[in-house]
Unconditional design. Structure first.
Length: 63
């Protein structure tokens, strides 16, 4: 049981050490990248919706 607790303590000490080595991005970069992702998602959503309407219209001529 003691070995398990020591292993857990050692693990979390290592995690704390590695956590300090992380290079966090600036707030401006995070905001820009988040906005970029949202714009891309919206553009693709609209493109897929328009293709769906187009194919639905084209397939209505077949019936």
């Amino acid at each position: 049981m003691n070995d398990t607790l020591e292993s857990i303590k050692t693990y979390f000490k290592g995690v704390r050490t590695e956590w300090g080595k992380i290079s966090w991005p600036e707030k401006r970069q995070v905001v820009f990248e988040t906005c970029s992702v949202l714009v891309i998602v919206i553009v693709f959503t609209v493109a897929i919706y328009l293709m769906d309407l187009l194919f639905k219209g084209l397939l209505s001529f077949i019936k």
